[in-house]
Design a protein around this ligand. Structure first.
Ligand code: ATP
Ligand code: MG
Length: 267
C-alpha cells in the first residue's frame, strides 16, 4: 500500500497535475492506483473524466461513514479516484476538526484501501500546512514537494529543508523528495533556478518538468499528458519521475499485478 503525498507550501505550482499524471503513469505500467483528493477545490477528479456536475465525494460523510472506500470512483481499468466532493462549509470544518483532533480518524476512514494488497495511493493536498497533511504523516510512505523554477520557490527551500513547513520532518519512512515544475529552458532565470535545485537537492530531486502547453490542454480534455501528447517534453519528464517513484516505493515497472481480492471500492 505505498502512500505517496504530493504537497507544497505554494499554491498553483502543479500539485494536482503531478498527482494525476503520476497516477496515470504508474497505472499504465501495471500498478493498481488510487488517487485521493484532500483539497476542497475538488479539482483532482477533473483529470479522471469525472464530470464537473458530479458532486460525489467522501468528505461530506467522512465523520459518519466508517469506511471511505465506498466513495471511490473507477476512472480506468486499474485507476481509481476518491474525490473530495462538493461540501457545505460546516462539513469541511467538521472534516478538518476531526483530522486535527482525532489521531486515528484518517487511518480509520482509509483502513480498507491502506490494507489493499499492492495498491499505490497518491494523495493530493491543498497548498500549505493543511490539517490533512499533518494528519497523514504517520501513515505516509513518501512525500513529493512540488516547486516552480522561480525565485519564490527557491526562497522557500531552506524552510522546507529545515522542516519549518510542518514543524517536523514530513516523512520518516521513504523520505521527502522534490519535483521542479514548469521549467522554461528559454528563460535564464528558470534555467538557473532549476540548476540550483539540481545541485542542492541531488537524489532528492525526482525530476524537472518542462513548461508545456500540452499540460493544460491534456487537463482540459481530461486525459493524461502521456496519452494526450506522448512525445511531448512534459510526458517524457513525467514518465521519468514515475520510474523513480516506482523504484523508491518498490514496485516493478511494467510488471504490476492485478489483484482480484473481493472488495467494495477498488476492484
Ligand atoms: N508543466 C506545466 N506546463 C504548463 N502548465 C502547467 C504545468 N503544470 C501545471 N500547469 C498548469 O498550471 C496550473 C496549476 O496547476 P495545478 O492545478 O496542478 O496546481 P496546484 O498546485 O494543484 O494548484 P492549487 O494550489 O490551486 O491546488 C494549471 O492550469 C495547470 O494546467
Ligand atoms: Mg491542486
Amino acid at each position: 500500500m505505498p502512500l505517496v503525498c504530493v504537497c507544497s507550501p505554494k499554491g498553483g505550482v502543479g500539485k494536482t497535475t503531478v498527482s494525476a499524471n503520476l497516477a496515470y503513469a504508474l497505472a499504465r505500467s501495471g500498478s493498481k492506483v488510487l488517487v485521493i483528493d484532500f483539497d476542497v477545490q475538488n479539482a483532482l477528479r477533473l483529470h479522471f473524466g469525472v464530470p464537473i456536475s458530479d458532486s460525489r465525494g467522501y468528505v461530506a460523510e467522512a465523520t459518519t461513514a466508517v469506511d471511505w472506500s465506498q466513495f471511490i470512483l473507477k476512472a480506468d481499468a486499474n485507476l481509481f479516484v476518491l474525490p473530495y466532493g462538493e461540501v457545505e462549509e460546516q462539513q469541511r470544518l467538521a472534516f478538518e476538526y476531526a483530522l486535527s483532533h482525532d489521531a486515528h480518524f484518517l487511518q480509520r476512514g482509509l483502513n480498507t484501501v491502506l490494507n489493499y494488497p499492492g495498491l499505490v495511493i497518491i494523495a493530493d493536498f491543498p497548498p500549505g500546512p493543511a490539517p490533512a497533511l499533518k494528519a497523514i504523516k504517520p501513515i505516509a510512505d513518501m512525500h513529493i514537494t512540488v516547486m516552480l523554477a522561480d525565485t519564490a520557490s527557491l526562497s522557500l527551500l531552506p524552510q522546507m529543508e529545515n522542516h519549518k513547513f510542518l514543524g517536523s520532518a514530513m516523512n520518516d519512512k521513504l523520505g521527502e523528495y522534490y519535483v521542479v515544475n514548469q521549467n522554461d529552458m528559454r528563460r535564464n532565470l528558470s534555467r538557473d533556478v532549476s540548476q540550483f535545485f539540481e545541485q542542492r537537492l541531488g537524489d532528492r530531486l525526482l525530476g524537472t518538468i518542462h513548461r508545456d502547453e500540452c499540460v493544460p490542454e491534456a487537463n482540459a480534455s481530461q486525459r493524461s499528458i502521456i496519452e494526450f501528447s506522448p512525445v511531448s517534453a512534459a510526458a517524457f519528464d513525467i514518465e521519468l519521475i514515475s520510474k523513480k517513484v516506482s523504484a523508491i516505493i518498490g514496485i516493478t515497472v511494467g510488471d504490476g499485478e492485478i489483484y482480484s481480492a473481493p472488495h467494495h471500492g477498488v476492484q
